[in-house]
Design a protein around this ligand. Structure first.
Ligand SMILES: [Ca+2]
Length: 472
């Protein structure tokens, strides 16, 4: 028999409401792809609310006034596709085309937007159960040509939860001028990439620049989606895992006196097993600066686009143990370990007219029943539970169980929620039918304990990222 606390019931009700909403959104998507396009209103040319800062760095596609952000010719970069809207957008279809280069790949979804289908290599249908007004919703992997401009053009249909388009909103690509060498007046768009000997499912990296300054960063690409983004630090994950890829981008500018600009990438790569690949490196870049064409650059503040993680819910857990011995003899049901649960229900069997004790404290007074149950509160770390059956004055028997309780998000149990936990999580992302009998990595990735490892669990993991715990 399962037991749960009142707070767990409330949480379950909240989540079931969200899941219903998610189903409604999916229904809208299905209806629209079935031809009821009235549900989506084309807003691709609706004038956007877009910050001056982003406008200056990333002018919208088809603009006559091209940005002075440049990209080196014959270079593969990962380009963010951004949402800007006046209302919460819950569903988007995105159609990407490239001029002046080639589209090499498309990663659908951002931290708050989930990919639901990708009909072709250039299209995404994505949704956000909670809705969002802005953020990166996809990353295009593009290779620049040799001259002219590289334009990542995006057509998007946006829908709010009621099935209507937002009053104002759009999704944006980027236009770059292609250069062959860097001058001190250029703001250069550079890729962040890695190579590894094994499939990498998560990366946590930080950029630093020598001979120049960092103006802006984007996280994701090559199937990697942003999970966290703080200034020059990115945490990204890829459910499939790849041995190499472009997982982020940066806009950099050389100083007026520099003869070369270096992009230094430090961080950690993780595989699905929650450890680093045997060999894996980020690809640092050093780019010569052509001083002949230098001029005084204008000051440019550095904006960041941050995707807000979804809500955090602490699961209250229950276990439904099966008594290990037949009624009439003393037994303790198995307790799932490791667990995040602070309180677990324990059931067992006993002889009639006996009491049950836990670690020297009586938890069930002597009675005629041949079964018993109790709730046990766990400390973080290792809990040694010694259950005893007492008959009269003596102790009949001791049964010991060891239960490992971990802090939420610390899947591998090393007292910190970091990229190695994300790596394990990514390896189990989208799994269904997760139960107490599943492997512990899957059980601990299902932080809501609803049998499905999905974007809500990702939101919890993002909310706990960087947390440190102390285990006994
Ligand atoms: Ca950990």
């Amino acid at each position: 028999m399962k037991t749960s606390s009142p707070s767990a019931h409330r949480n379950n009700e909240n989540w079931s409401g969200l899941v219903k909403k998610e189903h409604q959104i999916l229904s809208v998507i299905i209806a629209s792809t079935g031809g009821l396009l009235v549900l989506f209103f084309l807003v691709a040319f609706t004038f956007p609310l877009r910050s001056k800062l982003l406008e200056s760095l990333y002018p919208k596609q088809n603009s006559e006034a091209f940005s002075d952000v440049v990209v080196l010719g014959n270079t593969v970069v990962s380009v963010p596709i951004e949402l800007q809207a006046t209302e919460n957008v819950t569903a988007i279809d995105v159609d990407v085309s490239v001029a002046g280069g080639t589209l090499e790949g498309l990663t659908c979804g951002g931290a708050s937007f989930e990919n639901t289908s990708k009909s072709t290599s250039s299209k995404c249908v994505i949704f956000s159960p909670s809705g969002a007004q802005n953020g990166v919703v996809a990353m295009a992997l593009v290779k620049s040509g040799t001259s002219g401009t590289l334009a990542v053009n995006v057509d998007g249909n946006l829908s709010t939860a009621d099935g209507n388009a937002p009053t104002q909103g759009n999704v944006y690509g980027v236009v770059f001028r292609i250069v062959q060498s860097l001058t001190t007046t250029d703001k250069l768009y550079v890729p962040v990439s890695f190579n590894a000997s094994e499939a990498v499912t998560a990366a946590d990296y930080t950029l630093s620049i020598t001979g120049g300054e960092l103006l802006q960063t984007s996280c994701g690409g090559s199937g990697f989606r942003e999970i966290l983004h703080n200034n020059n630090n990115c945490v990204v994950f890829n459910v499939n895992g790849v041995t190499q890829g472009v997982i982020g981008s940066a806009v950099v500018r050389p100083t007026t006196t520099s003869t070369s600009l270096s992009v230094n990438i430090t961080g950690t790569l993780s595989t699905e097993s929650g450890r680093a690949p045997s060999t894996g490196t980020f690809n640092n870049l050093t780019i010569p600066v052509n001083r002949a064409a230098s001029a005084t650059p204008t000051n440019m503040p550095s904006p960041t686009v941050t995707v807000t993680p979804s809500p955090t819910v602490v699961p209250t857990a229950t276990t439904a143990p099966t008594p290990s011995t037949a009624p009439g003899t003393f037994g303790v049901g198995n307790i799932t370990s490791p667990t995040y649960s602070e309180t677990v229900g324990v059931q067992g069997t006993k002889e009639a007219n006996t009491s049950i004790w836990l670690n020297g404290t009586q938890i069930v007074t002597s009675n005629t029943s041949t079964t018993w149950s109790t709730n046990v509160t766990l400390d973080l770390g290792t809990n040694t539970l010694v259950f005893s059956q007492h008959a009269g004055g003596g102790t009949n028997r001791d049964l010991t169980q060891t239960v490992d309780r971990r802090g939420l998000g610390d899947i591998n149990g090393d007292e910190v929620v970091n990229v190695f936990d994300v790596g394990i999580f990514a390896g189990h992302y989208n799994e269904t039918n997760v139960t107490d009998n599943s492997v512990s990595e899957a059980r601990l990735s299902d932080m809501r304990k609803n049998g499905v490892i999905d974007v809500f669990d990702l939101g919890i993991l993002a909310g706990r990222y960087g947390s440190q715990y102390t285990y006994n």
